[in-house]
Design a protein around this ligand. Sequence first.
Ligand code: RTP
Ligand code: MG
Length: 148
Amino acid sequence: MERTFLMIKPDGVQRGLVGEVIRRFEAKGFTLVGLKLMSVSKELAEQHYDVHRDKPFFKGLVDFITSSPVVAMVWEGDGVVAGARTVIGATNPLTADPGTIRGDFGLNIGRNLIHGSDAVETANREINLWFSESELVNWTPAMKPWLE
Ligand code: RTP
Ligand code: MG
């Protein structure tokens, strides 16, 4: 089953949007298999955003992600990588569609509330980076047949 890595960034936690964000993925029908509130080290933030290392916003991004706790999550479901990106919305909240998390709550590109893996391979890399195998729970929701 496909899995993705999602992270509620410091702005989402500080603004009290953790429940709202999780509610949206639950309501969509995805399955939560890993969840933790944590402070992020500079090393982990730099590894997570390694692809952006040469971008002008890299240092500000790392400073932001390490500034206050985040909620790291792994979600499971058919097509969950792309599906979660649809629920999240475009990178810039000012152009993200209403009804998406960023469109409804985001303020600007540097404060866009949540990260979602952008491809299946990226998701696998990020899940391994953020979670150990023992922190992930394999389970089948009883309501799953109703969603198929
Ligand atoms: P994410 O990785 O956080 O899920 O976001 P994304 O795929 O939609 O966007 P990406 O291109 O991967 O950029 C990663 C994060 O860097 C910040 N950013 N700031 N100041 C800027 O121009 C700029 N561009 C990107 C955003 O917070 C973005 O989510
Ligand atoms: Mg990205």
